[in-house]
Design a protein around this ligand. Sequence first.
Ligand code: CAA
Length: 258
Amino acid sequence: MYENLLWEIKEGIGYLTLNRPQSLNALNNAVLQELSGLLDEIAENNEVEVVVVTGAGKAFIAGADIKEMAEKTALEAREFSALGHEVMLKLENLPQPTIAAVNGYALGGGLELAMACDMRVASKKAKFGQPEVGLGVIPGFGGTQRLPRLIGKAFASEMLYTGGMYDAEQAYQMGLVNRVVEPEELMDSVEELARQIMSKGKIAVQLAKSAVVNGLDMDLDSALAYEKEIFALCFATEDQKEGMRAFINKEKPQFKGK
Ligand code: CAA
């Protein structure tokens, strides 16, 4: 159905694989359009509890497609950036938690897409960077904003101004990734994390995500007010009754996602 993406659902986990390995999964207009459509579908799909994003072949995503970008006018570049922003926002705002399984190069637009996920697990083979300044441009899919928000201004400035490439261990030390694992253990580790999340109350998890993602864009007073309302909303669910009943009776809760 998709030319550049693979999508399958197994036991509640949705696997979204960028599948353009001959170009190291570079993001061109066609890929972004497909991603935009698929993300709309995923947002509506109740069967999907956690989304895992990865890349086919040796790269996660080696950035926006330089060959397609090279001849763009300023106005076309603006449109391309807007499309990139739209896709990253759709990914960031998915109701389900998202994990980037970073199997290889996550550069430029690839790192920007990984940062729009909630968590990142990296293979020891993964490499990270925002190399745009080496091409005479800056990141256009959110990197100048999400990177300092994620790892702080000092490390983000270093990455953005030097365009340097960092290995998985360095990325871990900077707080860019949650875990670093052997390449052959990447999917097991990601699935373990996904299953841990899926063993909890589905609505509570999605509401926690909503509080984190939306709250980060607010001042603290507004974010706490938002948290208060969401906390209250949890008490309208069966899962809250079940979770607290099970605790009190020393049982394992049987959440229904209701
Ligand atoms: N765009 C288009 N094609 C790309 C690409 C990209 N970002 N990255 C790799 N490719 C292509 C290569 O051109 C090559 O194609 P050909 O076989 O037709 O020559 C193929 O993928 C394989 O790549 P390499 O032969 O270069 O593989 P390598 O292992 O020698 O090097 C690499 C790997 C270090 C990742 C190198 O490919 C590279 O530096 N890629 C570009 C990384 C980059 O600068 N990314 C930022 C893009 S700008 C951006 O993303 C802006 C934004 O925020 C919107």
